[in-house]
Design a protein around this ligand. Structure first.
Ligand code: AMP
Length: 292
């Protein structure tokens, strides 16, 4: 595995890959790797000649009161994990390498950001599309792999790629969970012992909502209330949002049908956790739904 920190080295290496005709699978991350990230690498390895992973805690996607400084980092451990799982090129730039001086052109997301984390984290997705635009240009991936845990991110990135004709296929990878259902996340290390015990309620409440939809519930407000009550009763976390939309458009629904996302964010003492499920809801006559 090649570890690269400088843009010039990366560009030279990618040029060689391209000249040799290799397909490139790209996994962008912020590091502190866990099985979720490693699953993306495994998926990338199945369909591409070369797997590139980036580790970059992007300051642009953190708000002034968010956890940029506290975001967990362990480059040495990450490097070993990346090597073991089959990454071919690991790109770990410094902030100065990615953002030289002031940006003369900025990117701003206008669709799919007025809801969920986009509403709560102002400018977050502008930061995400900015860094991904840089990384896509540098790495020229054939395919890029994203986790459905960050489903709004995928919706926004699909918009970016489609609007600006990026020649890359976006691959959606299902959320990897702990045995008790908690979505794996770098931020889980900041849960206290008690909070860690409570945290599986997030996914359990989504799973119960799914059963309720299978049983015929079609009212989004009823689903939102059911999940909110469950979280309030069983955790010490503060609900940031529980919302239901179409997916990936993230449009409002008065009655549940088609591809929908049920998503939530809960603030614990030192960690804000998000989770979601995406399900396909059949019309009321045919009460089936399939999780994606
Ligand atoms: P992050 O390092 O948190 O920015 O995540 C990098 C990539 O890994 C993103 O595409 C995430 O959606 C994905 N990811 C993070 N956690 C998980 C998980 N539990 N399951 C699947 N993908 C994940």
């Amino acid at each position: 595995m090649k570890v690269i920190t400088k843009l010039l080295d990366l560009q030279r290496t990618i040029q060689q890959e391209k000249t040799s005709g290799a397909s490139i699978g790209f996994v962008p991350t912020m590091g502190y790797l866990h099985e979720g990230h490693l699953t993306l690498v495994e998926e990338a390895g199945k369909n591409n000649d070369t797997v590139v992973m980036s580790i970059f805690v992007n300051p642009l996607q953190f708000g002034p009161n968010e956890d940029f400084d506290r975001y967990p980092r362990d480059v040495q451990r990450d490097t070993e994990l990346a090597k073991d799982v089959g990454v071919d090129i690991l790109f770990i730039p410094e902030v100065e390498e990615m953002y030289k001086g002031t940006q003369s052109v900025t990117l701003s997301v206008t669709e799919r950001v007025e809801v969920l984390c986009g509403r709560k984290r102002e400018g977050h997705f502008d930061g995400v599309v900015t860094v991904l635009t840089k990384l896509f240009h540098l790495i020229q991936p054939t395919r890029a792999y994203f986790g459905l845990k960050d489903a709004q991110q995928i919706a926004v990135v699909e918009g970016l790629v489609s609007d600006y004709f990026f020649p890359v296929e976006i691959v959606r990878v299902p959320t990897v969970r702990e045995e008790d259902g908690l979505a794996k996340s770098s931020r889980n290390v900041y849960l206290s012992v008690e909070e860690r015990r409570e945290a599986p309620t997030l996914y359990q409440s989504l799973a119960e909502a799914k059963i309720s939809i299978e049983d015929g519930e079609r009212n989004p407000d009823a689903i939102i209330s059911m999940i909110s009550e469950n979280i309030q009763e069983n955790t010490s976390g503060k609900i940031d949002y529980v919302e239901v939309y179409t997916y990936p458009e993230l449009a409002e629904l008065t009655s549940l049908h088609g591809e929908i996302i049920i998503a939530l964010a809960v603030q614990f003492q030192q960690a804000r956790l998000i989770d979601n499920i995406i399900i396909s809801v059949e019309p009321e006559e045919d009460l089936k739904c399939l999780e994606r």
